[in-house]
Design a protein around this ligand. Sequence first.
Ligand code: FES
Length: 55
Amino acid sequence: MSYRIQIAETQQVFFVERGETLLQAAGRSSIVLPHDCQLGGCGTCRIRLLDAGAL
Ligand code: FES
């Protein structure tokens, strides 16, 4: 099962698989998100969830 992610500012869409990080999924779709450590320590990749749809 995958989840559809849409970036509000750019309207870009990508899909993330269970167990995959948003950074990994975006990168797989050639979408570059701001990041640094990729380990959850710096906060550079922090995002705000606007709508969770029908989870
Ligand atoms: S890149 Fe996500 S916390 Fe550092």
